[in-house]
Design a protein around this ligand. Structure first.
Ligand SMILES: N[C@@H](CCC(=O)N[C@@H](CS)C(=O)NCC(=O)O)C(=O)O
Length: 238
């Protein structure tokens, strides 16, 4: 376990969606950091529970201060290191940009993403399809209008913003599942037709080096395939 040393960033992570957000932000900010992988397959060590009493990952140690919750960590890093990710709140347009970013990220996580998880956990392929259809509906209603001006990133930016960094891990996973045929291709066609701005945005963020940097496509797709197989097996209790 890393010690609390001043002027140092330690990211306690596991290789999943939520930690991916912070890799993107740290990469965009060009900040060196140490990473400590937390094994979620076993009970958390007491030393980690001292860092994050909830036992969740990610957590950040920044100059000896502990910060938890990925979105809060991301906002903190962006505030502590002003950059293209987000305007300072007191800069012209800054407060409004932050409100727009927060709304987009909230809509993505609260109205759309759950459908991808319920697709994975569905008991049958047919049921799974209904969850992807619900995902597409959520995208059309909630996200498409917010991405009309993406160029190619959120809010017309040609560089990744905090909005992109906090949501790209979901976009790249969705596209990987399409690419591998885990989600039927007719649903990708449907998404492209009904939500062209979202689709173009997803392609753009998924190709960005800060997003692809730590993304192990095959491992991620294989993981989801395993989860799907387990959920669809006839004796599954889930
Ligand atoms: N809202 C938290 C969610 C963190 C979270 O749920 N992390 C999961 C991994 S995806 C975790 O640590 N799970 C371990 C457990 O529940 O024991 C955040 O954004 O940081």
């Amino acid at each position: 376990m890393a010690s609390s040393t001043d002027n140092k960033i330690t990211l306690y992570m596991c290789p999943i969606v939520i930690s991916h957000r912070l890799y993107i932000i740290l990469s965009e900010l060009g900040l060196p950091f140490e990473e400590v992988e937390i094994d979620l397959g076993r009970p958390r060590d007491p030393s980690y529970l001292e860092i994050n009493p909830r036992g969740l990952v990610p957590s950040l140690k920044y100059n000896g201060e502990i910060i938890t919750e990925s979105a809060i960590i991301g906002q903190f890093l962006a505030d502590a290191h002003p950059s293209h990710l987000v305007l300072p709140s007191n800069a012209p347009g800054g407060a409004l940009q932050r409100a727009r970013i927060n709304f987009f990220v909230d809509a993505f996580w609260s109205k759309v993403v759950a459908n991808l998880m319920t697709f994975i956990w569905a008991k049958t392929d047919a049921e799974g399809v209904t969850h992807i259809e619900a995902y597409i509906e959520g995208v059309v209603k909630e996200l498409e209008p917010l991405l009309k001006d993406a160029k190619p990133f959120f809010g017309g930016s040609d560089k990744l913003t905090l909005a992109d960094a906090l949501t790209a891990p979901l976009a790249i996973r969705l596209l990987a599942l399409f690419k591998d045929g885990v989600i039927p291709s007719n649903l990708e066609v449907q998404l492209k037709e009904k939500a062209p701005a979202f689709y173009a945005w997803a392609v753009a963020v998924s190709a960005h080096p800060s997003v692809t940097g730590i993304f192990k496509e095959k491992a991620v797709v294989d993981y989801y395939k395993g989860q799907i197989k387990k959920a669809r097996s006839t004796d599954s209790e889930q």
